[in-house]
Design a binder for this molecule. Structure first.
Ligand SMILES: [Ca+2]
Ligand SMILES: [Ca+2]
Length: 232
């Protein structure tokens, strides 16, 4: 590195420490000066590690039914559950959650129809179809949360995007805490879709710097102090 660059680093060092030493440090050259540069680089590296560790992270989870077409034809003779095995790590907080249904439509030109979609605290992994055609939402009152209730849909396909409210996010957080939650679809008539998906966005808390990192920083500062003491 050129002596000009070395002088620049010396000035940075002086600003960090003590403005009164400016003249003496600018004149300082040679082997001991190189030690100070190495220490500065070392300290910068440690600070970079600390600043990176303090940054919040964001994670997106995307879920699709298994099998993928398990919810493409909804028949009034059945009700359906879609269980998802996913634990949200303890240091992550759910920020948003969205259930999407593509091209949802009623099968016939007209006719009275209902379709309920609920959030469940637990459900067997994947899409399960059970025989049942009772009138109304079969899952109501079973610890479920009603997310969607369509009445008299038509054959015109529509894309549905259902954002969770803060209250629903809190419920989802509780439901998923054991690593499993799900959805129910209860059709009182026939419907079809071309795709269903669920997306969860989380943020993670900045982790506390590990003791080893703090020890490294402490050693670096002590080293700088030692060099300064030796030079004075
Ligand atoms: Ca029903
Ligand atoms: Ca659960």
């Amino acid at each position: 590195m050129s002596s000009e660059s070395e002088t620049t680093i010396a000035k940075i060092w002086i600003r960090i420490n003590n403005g009164k030493d400016i003249e003496r440090d600018e004149e300082y050259v040679g082997g001991r000066y190189l030690k100070m540069k190495k220490l500065l680089l070392f300290l910068c590296s440690v600070m970079l590690v600390l600043s990176t560790a303090g940054m919040a992270g964001a994670t997106t989870y995307n879920f699709i039914p298994n099998p993928i077409d398990g919810l493409s034809w909804l028949d009034h003779s059945y009700w359906y559950t879609w269980g998802i095995d996913q634990a949200i790590p303890e240091d992550e907080t759910i920020q948003s959650a969205t259930l999407s249904i593509d091209n949802l439509k009623y099968w016939a030109d007209s006719g009275y129809n209902d379709l309920w979609v609920d959030l469940l605290h637990s459900a067997h992994e994947g899409v399960i179809r059970e025989t049942g055609s009772d009138s109304g939402d079969h899952f109501a009152g079973l610890g479920s949360i009603e997310l969607l209730h369509f009445v008299n849909l038509t054959t015109a396909p529509q894309d549905v995007s259902r954002e969770f409210t803060d209250l629903e996010i809190a419920s989802l957080t509780g439901y998923a805490s054991d690593g499993n939650f799900g959805f129910s679809f209860d059709p009182d008539c026939h419907f079809d879709t071309t795709g269903v998906s669920f997306t969860v966005n989380t943020s993670s808390c900045p982790p506390v710097p590990e003791p080893a990192t703090m020890l490294l920083l402490g050693c670096g500062l002590a080293g700088l102090g030692f060099v300064r003491k030796k030079r004075s």
